[in-house]
Ligand binder design. Structure first.
Ligand SMILES: NC(=O)c1ccc[n+]([C@@H]2O[C@H](COP(=O)([O-])OP(=O)(O)OC[C@H]3O[C@@H](n4cnc5c(N)ncnc54)[C@H](OP(=O)(O)O)[C@@H]3O)[C@@H](O)[C@H]2O)c1
Length: 325
């Protein structure tokens, strides 16, 4: 039996139950991982509350992102062996001392990436990777607005967009978060709880407005995000930390400037194993070169998952949070 955090019924952070579970031997094509760290992500809260239905029903082990060493391999597994350092993103089972994963979805870690960094970046960092390279191709001269710029995806994406040559504008909840965002690639910050962020974007860009808005906040920043774009700009709605955006009439995209709107998710961008490998490699290269740093700003013990969720939902965290078994 090993320690894990399970959800038996959906609800508030208190439904996260720390208990012992049995992780069986790996089956065909599976590997067992002795976990060193697990990432905490906003999607974990959507699954915990039931806002996103659990793909495996109830109960489930929370968590979608983790890193550790391979402790056993199942039949038919090639290319991964006991002792390999690996990381994983994608299916439930992260908040546990051990887990099973499909071998072909595990990513081998280079020596210069720690377990803690990996657990803090497989989901958030690969999300930043596809958002700035594939959903909208950020480049020299791009003007980018990132909401919740001091958050987990936020701090990584701001560094990455800056590295690609963009002017990066970030919205943040507090002055302290503004300082942190500025130290992580933001050229300009907006305190969106106090200031009209559309008017500030207009002022900062001298009326040019943005090429792309990355919006993981959702309800509270819509439709303002659309007003931050110039005609033909890209509205990338990749999350809903403040709640889901209400249904809207698609004609609004025409009236606000023939805008493009998309609601992407990592799973689709790394569905093929070669896409997963390429995305992870680019992330490891950027982190390895120092172009992007992974700010693991909160570390909790596995039995403190309730506090980790309360802090994340209470806007009390910055950068990445991890749990250690
Ligand atoms: N589509 C994908 O592929 C994908 C992948 C990973 C994450 N995501 C999404 O990306 C977003 C960020 O995820 P994360 O894990 O990195 O979280 P995070 O940004 O570290 O935390 C969320 C932040 O959102 C801001 N926020 C604004 N209104 C809020 C509210 N009512 N309640 C709570 N927070 C609020 C807060 O920052 P301020 O205090 O600065 O406002 C908070 O710190 C989430 O929406 C998540 O679902 C999407």
């Amino acid at each position: 039996m090993v320690a894990a955090v399970r959800v038996h019924k959906t609800g508030g952070p208190e439904v996260l139950t720390y208990e012992d579970v049995d992780i069986p031997a790996p089956g065909q094509g599976q590997i067992k991982i002795k976990q060193h760290a697990c990432g905490v992500n906003f999607i974990d809260t959507y699954l915990r509350t039931g806002a996103y239905p659990s793909p495996v029903g109830l109960p489930f082990i929370a968590g979608n992102e983790s890193a550790g060493e391979v402790s056993a391999v199942g039949a038919g597994v090639t290319g991964v062996k006991v002792g390999d350092r690996v990381a994983f993103v994608g299916t439930l089972g992260g908040y546990a001392a051990e887990r099973l994963v499909p071998a072909d979805r595990a990513v081998k870690l280079p020596d210069n990436i720690s377990y803690e960094q990996a657990a803090g970046m497989m989901l958030k960092g690969m999300t930043a990777q596809y958002l700035v390279n594939r959903t909208f191709k950020v480049g020299k001269g791009s003007i980018v607005l990132m909401h919740a710029a001091a958050g987990g995806v936020g701090l990584i994406l701001c560094q990455w967009a800056n590295h690609l040559g963009a002017t990066v504008i970030g919205t943040v909840g507090t002055k302290e978060k503004a300082e942190l965002a500025k130290a992580n690639g933001c050229h300009h910050t907006i305190l969106y709880r106090d200031e009209d962020f559309v008017a500030k974007v207009k002022e900062i860009t001298s009326g040019k407005m943005c090429d792309v808005v990355y919006d993981g906040v959702g309800k509270d920043t819509f439709p303002g995000s659309l007003d931050c774009l110039h005609p033909l700009g890209y509205f990338v709605s990749f999350g809903s930390a403040s709640g889901q955006i209400d249904a809207f009439n698609i004609n609004i995209l025409q009236t606000k400037g023939s805008l493009f709107a998309t609601r992407p998710t990592l799973n689709h961008y790394v569905a093929k194993n070669e896409e997963l490998a390429a995305c992870a490699k680019d992330l490891f290269d950027k982190v390895g070169s120092g172009a992007v740093k992974i700010p693991v700003n909160q570390t909790y013990k596995l039995n403190d998952a309730i506090k980790a969720h309360k802090d994340l939902e209470g806007r009390g965290t910055t950068g990445t949070s991890i749990l250690v078994p």
